[in-house]
Ligand binder design. Structure first.
Ligand SMILES: NC(=O)c1ccc[n+]([C@@H]2O[C@H](COP(=O)([O-])OP(=O)(O)OC[C@H]3O[C@@H](n4cnc5c(N)ncnc54)[C@H](O)[C@@H]3O)[C@@H](O)[C@H]2O)c1
Length: 421
């Protein structure tokens, strides 16, 4: 179940349908293509992840969505303009069958959008009950065994946790009184967690990452993860930065700018939604470079992030990074990156992985924050007393070790002394 039937959601749904029919390759998905080494390097055991852990099959997936626009998934995919019309034609009936349920929406949280497919209710608790009804009816009508909810809706304005978010009682009271602190995405998250369903936030806004919903997730056995899919410029940043840090190369400045012309870009053109995104994009370098441990290399780093809404490019984003480096004896150097990427093409395989891994986590009895899925996010949700892990390679190791742990396989430390005994 996808909240928001926009570019990311439709590219994920259409992609999964095309892959099932053998019409396109599943590039970028760990659950489809990834392998995992087991045991010693001499053992030669490297199964595909999907053969190692019992993931749901693509054939078993059924899609549902909420959106503020009435367009079905075929129309929404056409509007998004990510996939070629000829490709969409081949799965047209399946896409046309997915029409969005009316959304929980309030323009207070997403200023640049207005739609007509919107629920009305006495208060936010009542709206959450309506979402729970949608969930139950979807489950019933398709005879589904299990569900996963992913927020792929627009980025909401920047909110910080407040009193209303501290306990389930306070949260429910705030829902009853229609408090501003309860955003639309929190209403969906609450509904999912009440139903014991896993929930992931693909966008950067505050959603399930508050104490009240964390507690609800643990109580109801729902695994939760987020937030803000790590694609595009930030993906490259978390690939390059650990390398620079590993070689102790100083960074005086990192200027990132990009142009984007899809609806996401339009929403992010609003300063309040951009602030949410900016916070998420900027935090990664602080954690990867550890300026407190290496003040002479990174303390004065000037990090600037810009997103410019530029309609002609649609979903095809172009990003530029200028990195001012400092080397041996303080000599300056520069690194320039020009990434011509496709936002939703990078995001869709991550949504597929999250659906399958969250479903696995639920069956394995895991609940609350799933830090092992940090690999997918710019702002990984984490326990309050640890800092988030942003290094892509450590995140991947953590993910794979979690899978080994679930299958009672030896964890891989990369020590390797045994080969030389
Ligand atoms: N594409 C990427 O690489 C990427 C990476 C990280 C995060 N994201 C985030 O993922 C989200 C989706 O991106 P997108 O490109 O698909 O955007 P999009 O604008 O194409 O789609 C978002 C959809 O959500 C709908 N929506 C908004 N509020 C809603 C609500 N309350 N209930 C139901 N539907 C609602 C909108 O009508 C729209 O159809 C955005 O928040 C974006 O910032 C995308």
């Amino acid at each position: 179940m996808l909240v928001g039937l926009g570019a990311v959601s439709t590219t994920f749904i259409a992609g999964t349908l095309l892959i099932k029919k053998g019409l396109a390759p599943s590039i970028g998905s760990l659950t489809e293509m990834g392998t995992i080494r087991l045991g010693k390097r001499t053992e030669g055991r490297t199964p595909r992840i999907r053969d190692f852990v019992p993931l749901a099959a693509l054939d078993d997936l059924v899609f549902g969505a909420w959106d503020i626009f009435e367009e079905n998934a075929f129309e929404a995919a056409t509007t998004a303009g990510v996939l070629e019309p000829a490709l969409l034609e081949q799965i047209r009936p399946e896409l046309e069958a997915i029409t969005p349920w009316p959304a929980v929406f309030d323009q207070r949280y997403v200023k640049r959008l207005m739609g007509t497919n919107i629920k009305t209710g006495a208060n936010k608790l009542d709206l959450a009950e309506q979402v729970r009804d949608d969930i139950r009816q979807f489950k019933e009508s398709h005879q589904l065994a299990r569900l996963v909810m992913i927020w792929c809706g627009s980025t909401e304005i920047f909110l910080t946790p407040s009193d209303a978010h501290q306990s389930i009682d306070a949260f429910e009271a705030a829902m009853r009184s229609n408090a501003e602190e309860i955003s639309s995405s929190m209403v969906y998250a609450y509904a999912a967690l009440k139903e014991g369903i896993p929930y992931a936030n693909a966008a950067p806004n505050l959603s399930a990452d508050i104490p009240a919903l964390d507690q609800l997730a643990v109580e109801n056995g729902s695994p939760v993860c987020g937030k803000d899919l790590k694609t595009g410029q930030t993906l490259i940043k978390t690939i390059i930065a650990p390398g620079l840090k590993a070689r102790l190369i100083g960074v005086a400045g990192w200027y990132s700018t990009n142009i984007l012309g899809n609806r996401d870009g339009e929403v992010l053109d609003d300063p309040e939604s951009f602030k949410t995104k900016e916070e998420s994009k900027k935090s990664v370098l602080d954690y990867i470079l550890q300026p407190d441990l290496y003040p002479s290399l990174y303390k004065d780093l000037c990090h600037v992030v810009r997103i410019n809404y530029y309609p002609p490019r649609g979903d095809n984003k172009e990003g530029w990074d200028n990195i001012d480096l400092v080397g041996w004896l303080g000599y300056p150097m520069q690194l320039k990156i020009n990434f011509l990427c496709r936002d939703s093409i990078l995001a869709a395989p991550l949504v597929l992985d999250l659906v399958l891994f969250l479903d696995l986590a639920k069956r394995a009895g895991m609940s609350g924050i799933q830090e092992w899925l940090s690999f997918y996010f710019k702002s990984p949700v984490h326990a309050p007393d640890v800092y988030p892990e942003h290094d892509l390679f450590i995140q991947l190791m953590k993910l794979k070790n979690t899978l080994r742990f679930l299958r009672r396989e030896e964890l891989i430390t990369h020590l390797g002394l045994e080969y030389y005994d």
